[in-house]
Design a binder for this molecule. Structure first.
Ligand code: SF4
Length: 567
């Protein structure tokens, strides 16, 4: 007969037994994941596996991608072998790009009607309206320029760019002199840099032994903040051993774009026209050519902008907020089109949620290391979430212009130019543009093809513009994926393991007196941010290394003499 004691024994034994099986622990993990991601949790589809080809919009490189899809849902992403621009390589951000629609920190809504009303009020009161485009050269950028041309006092603003649309031809370089540029760690198109690496010697001038410094042929360690003085010394005939290396040309000098010494070194060593080349833009319809001119952000008059619309849907250059703020009028309305709260949304009255990769249909202009103009699409592999808006359509509507078929219109203009070749990913063959009809070209683009322009036989050597330079900073920023979203997988793979610095983690030399894991503040004349210390003997005393992020760029952009203080 079963007694009460037996029942307790059975219940107790079952409870202890259950704890020894994986079941309860599994339920805790799954419950945590589900509650963290709800309601955007992906539902793995079942069915036939197919390949789709597209291009990555997560940074300006625009690497070619092959996505394995079940039905229409991408389940894994790889590079496209034999691709003439990205050579089969992808960075980790691109490989996990299909996670982004389910990102728990994604911006999920925005007060679209209120934003439209505030914009119309600002324009109605006679204020100047401007679009700030973090990634110029896209077809959406042309829509903004056309829209601004049709509004009184409309301005189209872009970040400063020393190359000004011209390009670097790494394949032509024999010696590359780099001042802190992360050439082998995320600069340009990673596959193209790897492809060209065997042909050039790399001299890296940098205070910290970064990944690029560690893989360079020559690492020239400097004291923190002294890089610009070294550039000046080389320019003026000092440092014989480096000057001798630079006799082996063609030479390319890379560095912060606002240092006049970089421009002068490139001139002195004959880089202009050889390793820095002029590039033609992809053609556009003739009717677009009366669009508003491109203006660099810094050229906008102080206090002049009443309505500012910021498109940061495609991560590109980030201009620190303190530099933007000075151009706004006192009662300015700022609207950010974004997928994250981390970027300009922190400073805008309205943050309007947009689609993310791979939801949005967009084009990707040529990368900095592509001597030829290109036109390729990032096709929509996942339907856009219902709460998102398309900033180009929003702004076109505001200005009363028709931009619904802008991508197709531009593709037709490229087809009419009969320039260049179309590379088809699936069979890895190229077809001359002049042998293609407009409909076939458009179909190919939507299947992931890429148009590559002919090099311009009449191209002149580019004219680089020297600017008023900032002083070198003692903060070394490790690139993450701009101000955009990054797959949460990375917090496990490379941040918690310290393969890369996590956000708000700061690497310091043990000799400077802080402890591992200590909470400190990184402080500049623009403010301070709380950080956690990671001791790293490879960081020289006086240098500070941290990961980029919009708040860190706001803090450190243009600031010098950063210091770490206890909190
Ligand atoms: S380098 Fe840029 S474009 Fe290429 S895969 Fe990475 S994020 Fe995408």
């Amino acid at each position: 007969m079963t007694t009460r004691r037996d029942l307790f024994k059975i219940a107790g034994g079952a409870a202890v037994g259950a704890l020894l099986t994986p079941a309860p622990w599994r339920m805790i993990t799954d419950g945590a994941l589900w509650s963290e991601n709800w309601p955007g949790i992906p539902r793995p589809a079942r069915g036939e596996i197919r390949a789709k080809f597209t291009n990555c919009t997560l940074c300006p490189a625009g690497c070619a991608m092959k996505a394995r899809c079940v039905g229409d849902q991408p389940i894994s992403i790889a590079g496209v072998a034999g691709h003439p621009l990205s050579h089969g390589a992808l960075c980790p951000y691109g490989i996990a790009g299909h996670h982004l629609p389910y990102h728990p920190e994604r911006l999920l809504s925005g007060a679209v009607e209120d934003a439209a009303a505030a914009i119309k009020k600002g324009i109605g009161e006679g204020g100047r309206i401007a679009v700030f485009d973090t990634r110029p050269g896209r077809t959406a950028s042309w829509t903004y320029r056309r829209a601004m041309a049709s509004l009184p006092g409309g301005l189209y603003l872009r970040p400063e760019a020393a190359l000004n649309g011209d390009a670097v031809d790494l394949s032509a370089a024999r010696t590359v002199l780099s001042f802190g540029v992360p050439l082998l760690d995320g600069w340009g198109t990673p596959g193209n840099v790897i492809q060209a690496r065997g042909n050039f010697r790399l001299i890296q001038v940098e205070a910290i032994e970064s990944r690029t410094a560690a893989m360079a042929d020559v690492w020239l360690p400097t004291n923190p903040g002294e890089e610009r003085a070294i550039a000046s010394l080389i320019l003026n005939g000092g440092m014989d051993h480096i000057a001798r290396e630079l006799e082996d040309g063609p030479v390319l000098v890379l560095g912060p774009e606002d240092w006049p010494e970089i421009v002068e070194l490139n001139r002195k060593y004959g880089a202009l026209g050889r390793t820095i080349v002029s590039r033609r833009d992809a053609p556009v319809p003739d009717t677009w050519k009366d669009a508003a001119p491109e203006m660099e952000w810094a050229d906008a008059a102080e206090g002049s902008i009443r309505v500012l619309l910021i498109d940061e849907t495609a991560p590109g250059a980030y201009v620190p907020w303190h530099s933007i703020e000075t151009r706004l009028s006192r009662d300015a309305v700022v609207v950010a089109f974004t997928a994250t709260r981390d970027g300009y949304a922190r400073h805008a009255q309205f943050a309007l949620a947009t689609a993310v990769f791979p939801e949005a249909l967009d084009d990707i202009p040529a990368a900095v290391d592509s001597p030829a103009g290109v036109f390729r699409l990032s096709t929509s592999m996942v339907p856009s979430a219902a709460w998102t808006i398309d900033p180009a359509m929003f702004i076109a509507q505001l200005a009363g212009i028709d931009a619904a078929s802008a991508l197709r219109d531009r593709a037709d203009a490229i087809c009419r130019s009969a320039r260049g070749n179309v590379f088809h990913y699936a069979d890895q063959k190229s077809t001359p543009m002049k042998a293609m009809k407009a409909d076939a070209f458009w179909k190919s683009l939507n299947e992931g093809a890429c148009w590559i322009d002919d090099l311009d036989p009449k191209a002149h050597a580019p004219q680089l513009v020297a600017r008023a330079a900032t002083r070198a900073s003692n903060v070394s920023l490790v690139e993450t994926c701009g101000a955009g979203l990054v797959s949460p997988l990375f917090s496990k793979l490379h941040e918690e393991s310290h393969v890369r610095l996590a956000r708000h983690e700061i690497a310091l030399n043990p000799a400077v007196g802080f402890c591992d894991g200590e909470r400190v503040a990184l402080q500049t004349d623009c403010g301070r941010i709380a950080m956690t210390v990671l001791l790293d003997p490879s960081i020289p005393p006086g240098s500070i290394q941290t990961a980029t992020g919009a708040d860190v760029l706001d803090l450190c952009g243009g600031a010098t003499g950063a210091k770490v203080v206890r909190i």
